[in-house]
Structures are given as structure tokens and as C-alpha cells.
Design a protein around this ligand. Sequence first.
Ligand SMILES: Cc1cc2nc3c(=O)[nH]c(=O)nc-3n(C[C@H](O)[C@H](O)[C@H](O)COP(=O)(O)O)c2cc1C
Length: 171
Amino acid sequence: MDVLKAINTKRAVRQFTDQPVPPEVLDKILESALRAQSSKNTQPWQLVAVRERETLVALSKLGDYMGHVAGASVCVAFAAPSDQPWIYFDLGQCAAYLQLAAHELGVGSCIGAIYHPAEAKALLHVPQEMSLLAVVSLGYPAPTHRPAVMGGRKRLTDAVHWETWDSREVS
Ligand SMILES: Cc1cc2nc3c(=O)[nH]c(=O)nc-3n(C[C@H](O)[C@H](O)[C@H](O)COP(=O)(O)O)c2cc1C
């Protein structure tokens, strides 16, 4: 798949089959995540890849919209030192690379926002001084999977300002 096609066809997948993601596929996905760019190449991320069902189910309860984690083959949690200023941006890049690589390999994914970070850190034995912001569920899309209806995107004219904010110029 070329990069533009991958970007334009990737949708959030929240229902998965029981088929496990094989270790060699998972390694490729995780290696792609580690190829992400980061501020000053600090690569602040630490990833916890969870495969045990009991832990996935417990983790799924630590965000209001994390139900998809319970049925995932794997869930990757993204942690970084709290004192580094760019971690939201850096971890977002890391997650995006991971999700695009998964898409290329036929593996569906969805982000989950952690609402109870202290509990999530305790569950995954992540030091409390780290930030644990989000997870990405991974698995093969279930036949019943349908992308959410709210899948549209802004048009260029809705989001791009040329040269200055108040410009009326168009491309
Ligand atoms: C920072 C962030 C947090 C998100 N949190 C959740 C979440 O908690 N649960 C969920 O189901 N999807 C979550 N998503 C996925 C978004 O809902 C999804 O990317 C968006 O609706 C676009 O979906 P689409 O690519 O299928 O159109 C999150 C996405 C981002 C970038």
C-alpha cells in the first residue's frame, strides 16, 4: 500500500476477531512505531504491549470509551516521562506510525484515552512518575466491523489558512 492510500483508507476498528496477531507481525508494527519522529529525537516513549485477556479486560475499564480494548488481540499502552515538554506530540506521532503500519499489514486499530491513569499505571506496573496517556488496540477486523458513521474530515477550506489566519486566499 502506498502512503497516501494508507492515510486515506485507515479507519478506527473497534471490533476484532479472535485470531491473534502473530509475533512477527506485531514486531513489525512495534518497530514501525519506534521509527516515529520526536522532539530532538528524544524518543521519550516506552510501550507496554498487553496480550493477556484478563489484563485487557481490566484495562478496558480505565477509560470511558475503551471498551474495544477488551476484545483486542493486543493493546499497546504509551508512556513517557512526565517532565518532558513534547510528550503529547511525540506519543501521537508514535501511535500514528504504529496504526499506519498495522493498517498496511491488515491489522485494525483504535486509540483509547485513559481516564484513570493512576489505576492504569498500577495495573501495568508503570512507575507512577511516568505519564500514561493512551492505548492502541490491535487485532484483525471482525466481519461485523463497520466504521463509525462520524468518519468525515474537514475540507481544506475548513481548516487551512494560507499565509495568515485571516487570509481569504485559497490554494
Ligand atoms: C487522542 C485520541 C483519543 C481517542 N480516544 C478514543 C477512545 O477513547 N475511544 C475510541 O473508541 N476512540 C478513540 N479515538 C479514536 C477516534 O474516535 C477516531 O480516530 C476518530 O473518530 C476518527 O475515526 P475514523 O478514522 O474511523 O474516521 C481517539 C483518537 C485520538 C486521536
